[in-house]
Write a protein that binds this ligand. Structure first.
Ligand SMILES: Cc1cc2nc3c(=O)[nH]c(=O)nc-3n(C[C@H](O)[C@H](O)[C@H](O)COP(=O)(O)O)c2cc1C
Length: 214
């Protein structure tokens, strides 16, 4: 099998990014770019790639939904016993990335993940629809299952068990807060001379701002 993709070529030309134009705190720029991605009609602007290094020493990427960002960092929810959960337990240094193609922008964030408080996880779990709550119970995320029926049977019995009852949060399901140590903002430019501005957290908690070669 062969498919040649060498003719796939897009000219990036919508915007620019300069060191002079960026705020001192990268979270401010993240917020600005996030709002602009939303306004541009980007579907699921909060979908991000989360990369972890696993026990097998391989990196693994998967898409997860960003559920909140604050001055402190980036929050997402998952199963603590999943492949990513086990990887984070062993090595909390992870990488998040966003690609907003309508804006010709990418953001790459290196950070340290920590479990959020039980309170925060409870609060978010409570806000989810019942189907999603039961799904968190029904699926031992990342484990091997013999068939789809096995999952559906498990969901059915949970639906019966929790009929007209409050569905508690499983203790193995909750949030991660990723505190960033570096954020790289990429703006596509013509002739592959893209703009890349990287913010790196310093010991005194200031951010060093540098332009990188594309
Ligand atoms: C658009 C999209 C959103 C997703 N959101 C989440 C999420 O918020 N949390 C989550 O655990 N998995 C989410 N997933 C599923 C993950 O990509 C992944 O399959 C799952 O977390 C298991 O990953 P792991 O086995 O590497 O731990 C999402 C997938 C897609 C495509």
């Amino acid at each position: 099998m062969e498919k040649d993709l060498s003719n796939y070529r897009k000219i990036y030309q919508k915007r620019e990014l300069t060191k002079k134009s960026v705020p001192e705190n990268p979270m401010e720029l993240f917020q600005k770019w996030f709002y602009e991605a939303e306004e541009s009609g980007q579907e699921e602007a909060n979908a991000m790639t989360v990369s972890t290094i696993g026990k097998d020493n391989f990196p693994k990427n998967r898409v997860v939904l960003l559920k909140k960002f604050t001055w402190e960092g980036f929050l997402f929810y998952s199963n603590y016993n999943s492949e990513k959960g086990k990887a984070i337990q062993q090595n909390p240094n992870i990488c998040l990335s966003f690609f907003w193609h309508g804006m010709e922008r990418q953001i790459i964030i290196k950070g340290v993940a920590e479990k959020t408080s039980e309170n925060i996880s409870d609060g978010y779990f409570e806000s989810r629809p019942d189907g999603s709550k039961l799904g968190a119970w029904a699926s031992e995320q990342s484990s091997v299952v013999s068939s789809r029926e096995e999952l559906e049977t498990s969901l059915q019995s949970l639906e019966d068990k929790y009929k007209n009852k409050e569905i508690p949060r499983p203790s193995h399901w909750g949030g991660y807060l990723v505190k960033p140590v570096s954020l790289e903002f990429w703006q596509g430019r013509p002739n592959r001379l893209h703009d890349r501005i990287r913010f790196t957290l310093q010991e005194n908690f200031d951010w060093k701002i540098e332009r990188l070669a594309p």
